[in-house]
Design a protein around this ligand. Structure first.
Ligand code: FAD
Length: 464
């Protein structure tokens, strides 16, 4: 019995997106990385104690450092600020994310949150931030710098999503991370939830904070906080059911002094639009990663069904197993198709230089950021992006659950990859918004805007 089998050397399935030569090469390379680097590191991390995962020498650092040494972190940046030149296609990005998810959910999440502070500096940051923070991250070949995303708080999990379109949001509990004006800059006080991915090891946080005294969560701000500033501390890494290869912990801010230009998006009507559009981007990213998780589970089940003999024949010859395998395949194919379509839409609407909508309403709003003029559109559709995330996450767990059934008792053992995939896929139903709450948010958007063909910022601005 091979623990954590390697999977096929090439991702040899018929890809209906018709990838070109470059995209096929990238797919093979990413699959090799996922097989040789991501999976072995994830397997080791999955079995380590939370504290060991973040200690020097942990495979977490070598796996992410490997991705950085190959420049994958530059894939989502425009060339003028260090991105890959010429930029890769949305299909190539989707392929990369799927392979990363196929490798492991935790490290794929770590890769995603790492980008957040820095890609957003590229969009909204001052020239000083680009030189001092973005450039070293672009040039990092060892994984010395690492980003995280501080959105949720102990008393505000789903609230972070629901506040966008819930008119009663001002009545939610008091925010737990606030910003207070201090001369030219700000003081940050409070804390973020214990679920912040990569927080135990991150060097920079993309932080959502409330303006002190404001009740409505849309009166928030978005800042970049270097985590070595005086007053920053962290909780202990926590033990979770799934995605164990991306460590999580609380971050505390004890009167942390933040220079003015570290505030990228100020508390203006644009903040709500920014958060809404950011959720579109994270939704599309997670959707493609979730397709990779689902495909990994399907391939485990398929390989097992072909080799496991019961009733004198491989179990793949039994009709119940055939129907299960077909159902898994159908879900993955439809999820992939939609996740890619939505990623392409999102990239066109929100990625620097990629859109066709109005020029950035956020540029300059930060009182120091000023934007670069690269952000050209904010037309990403919340209901479509949420749907991609919800659907892909839902089917990933259903497929992982089916894979367990096909693999019988072997699938339940710690030696089997299926057991880890099941735990990871279950975490997906909560990560980046629960299925229910994302669905409610999407429902509100579609009820208000179904007939409109562009994003309606007034939806989130009407409460201002
Ligand atoms: C693997 C993982 C990684 C994560 N990474 C990050 C990260 O990098 N950064 C970060 O900031 N956070 C992160 N999170 C936190 C994540 O965003 C939250 O866990 C999620 O939004 C849900 O919040 P909660 O866990 O507090 O659940 P709660 O909000 O307490 O929800 C509990 C239950 O109540 C339901 N519910 C809550 N409110 C409503 C409502 N208004 N209407 C209807 N139903 C409702 C929910 O659907 C759920 O079933 C991560 C979580 C996980 C599991």
């Amino acid at each position: 019995m091979t623990p954590f089998p390697d999977g096929p050397a090439d991702p040899t399935f018929l890809d209906l997106s018709r990838p070109g030569e470059d995209e096929i090469l990238l797919k093979k390379e990413c699959h090799r990385l996922a097989t040789e680097v991501i999976r072995p590191a994830a397997r080791t991390l999955d079995r380590m104690a939370p504290g060991e995962r973040v200690a020097p020498g942990s495979p977490y650092f070598s796996a992410l450092g490997h991705l950085k040494s190959l420049g994958y972190h530059r894939m989502f940046l425009p060339p003028e600020v260090g991105g890959i030149d010429p930029p890769v296609s949305p299909l190539a990005r989707a392929i990369f994310l799927e392979e990363l998810g196929w490798g492991s959910l935790g490290l794929a999440t770590a890769f995603g949150v790492d980008m957040l502070p820095f890609v957003l500096i590229a969009m909204f940051g001052s020239e000083r931030l680009k030189t001092d923070l973005l450039a070293p991250w672009v040039d990092d070949t060892e994984g010395a710098l690492h980003g995280c995303w501080g959105a949720t708080e102990p008393d505000h999990g789903s609230d972070a999503v629901m506040s966008l379109r819930d008119p009663t949001a001002a009545g939610f509990a008091r925010p737990q991370a606030v910003a207070v004006p201090d001369g030219d800059g700000w003081r940050i006080r409070g804390q973020k939830a214990a679920w912040v991915s990569s927080a135990p090891v991150a060097t920079h946080c993309a932080l959502h904070v409330q303006v002190e005294g404001e009740a409505d969560p849309l009166h928030g701000m978005f800042a970049i906080v270097p985590l070595d500033l005086p007053g920053v501390s962290r909780g202990q890494p926590i033990a979770m059911l799934g995605a164990r290869d991306d460590p999580q912990c609380e971050i505390f801010f004890d009167d942390v002094a933040l220079p003015a230009d570290h505030l990228l998006v100020a508390s203006t009507p644009f903040y709500g639009i920014f958060v809404d559009q950011l959720l579109c981007a994270t939704s599309a990213t997670i959707a493609n990663i979730a397709v990779g998780v689902a495909r990994a589970a399907f391939e485990e089940a398929l390989a097992y069904a072909r080799r496991r003999v019961q009733g004198g024949v491989p179990i793949a010859e039994h009709k119940n197993v055939q129907l299960t395998l077909y159902g898994m395949f159908e879900k993955i194919e439809t999820a992939r198709c939609y996740a890619r379509q939505v990623l392409s839409h999102i990239q066109g609407e929100t990625v620097p230089g990629g859109g066709s909508g109005p020029s950035t309403p956020g540029a300059g709003a930060a009182g120091g950021g000023g934007g670069s003029g690269m952000m050209t559109g904010f037309g990403a559709s919340p209901r479509h992006s949420r749907a991609a995330q919800i659907y892909a996450k839902r089917i990933a767990f259903e497929v992982a659950n089916d894979a367990l059934q096909v693999c019988g008792a072997y699938g339940l053992t710690e030696e089997s990859l299926t057991e880890k995939l099941f735990r990871d896929a279950r975490s997906l139903w909560i990560e980046d918004g629960t299925l229910e709450v994302l669905s409610l948010d999407a429902a509100r958007d579609l009820i208000s805007n179904y007939e409109t063909d562009r994003y309606v910022p007034e939806e989130v601005m009407q409460r201002w």
